[in-house]
Design a protein around this ligand. Structure first.
Ligand code: GLV
Length: 322
């Protein structure tokens, strides 16, 4: 008998064909996230969940099926899954590290350059037909990455990939990691000092209870006038109202891929600000990277259903429990 897999998001038809060949799948194909009550009902009696960001897999969902064997997420971050509840239930959780490092680092660079050189603002200016007076010495001036000190918060694979990219632009790099990590060309500093010294702060930590609002009002207040805050990690790492106040006061600039609440509300005060560039959680959004993430998620799913170790497990301590 085929294993029963709940799939919580639309997927390319070739991927669904593969899933259908091996498993009995129940697919949520709407663009809105599956409501929790529906997910609980669907998961009752299921063997596995294939999910991604936007679908909270709560302790209640996990408790809905006694026969659940694994949860596989098409994402590197697993803050949408109650990892403690999964581990307590002996459920390995799969995720998709490594394959999205370069795409996400590229997005951080794209945001830095867009903010520092005012690309979006200038694009809108041209499209509005306001480019009337040619070239002048003080027209749309920005700041240089080559002259900047870039502070990397979190020196894991993505943080290190951003460090090497900005080094190649000529920037000086300082860094902070929860457990000190030596990275070539990166000077380790205390977190408060990083916020005080950096012209650009780029965030690359996971969202956990420890990193919740790590970028506090106090740390935002320490940033240099005009400094740039880049977030391609998770919205919960920043005290978003405090960041909005600093942006509204023109004290800092920002490039954001992620938000406290996603999708961003049409009433968000961020939407009216010129000194912030906003993209809708696109860090890993290239064809090749998304295909690689799906492959990893399918490998995790199949391994979990065979009772084998997941190749990319987000809660390896689940195996220590025997
Ligand atoms: C994207 O944010 C991911 O966690 O994969």
């Amino acid at each position: 008998m085929k294993s029963h897999v709940v799939v919580t998001l639309p997927l390319p038809s070739a991927v669904l064909d593969r899933l259908n060949r091996s498993f009995d799948i129940r697919l949520w194909s709407e663009s809105e996230p599956i409501p929790e009550a529906t997910l609980r009902a669907w998961v009752t009696g299921a063997d596995a969940i294939l999910c991604s960001l936007g679908t909270p897999v709560t302790a209640g969902v996990i408790a809905s099926s006694a026969q659940l064997q694994t949860i596989s997420s098409i994402s590197v971050g697993v803050d949408h899954i109650d990892l403690a509840a999964a581990t307590a239930s002996g459920l390995p959780v799969g995720h998709t590290p490594d394959v999205l490092v370069d795409s996400t680092a590229d997005m951080a660079l794209a945001l830095m350059l867009a903010v520092m050189r005012r690309i979006v603002e200038a694009d809108q200016f041209v499209r509005r037909g306001e480019w009337g007076s040619g070239w002048s010495t003080d027209f749309f001036l920005g700041t240089d990455l080559s002259r900047a000190t870039v502070g990397i918060v979190g020196l894991g694979p993505i943080g290190r990939a951003v460090a090497s990219r900005v080094q190649s632009f000529g920037a000086e790099v300082i860094g902070w990691n929860r457990t000190t990590r030596q990275v070539a060309g990166v000077r380790n500093v205390a977190l408060d000092d990083l916020f005080e010294a950096a012209d650009v702060v780029s965030l690359h930590t996971a969202a956990t209870a420890e990193t919740h609002q790590l970028v506090s009002a106090d740390r935002i207040g320490r940033m240099k006038p005009g400094a740039v805050l880049i977030n391609t990690a998770r919205g919960a790492i920043i005290d978003e109202p405090a960041m909005v106040r600093a942006l509204q006061a023109g004290k800092i600039r920002a490039g954001l891929d992620v938000y406290d609440s996603e999708p961003l509300s049409p009433n968000s005060p961020l939407l009216g600000l010129d000194n912030v560039v906003l993209v809708p959680h696109l860090g890993s959004a290239t064809r090749a990277t998304r295909a690689a993430m799906i492959e990893r998620a399918l490998d995790n799913l199949a391994s979990g259903l065979r009772g084998e170790l997941l190749p990319w497990c987000a809660n390896p301590d689940v195996y220590a429990k025997g």
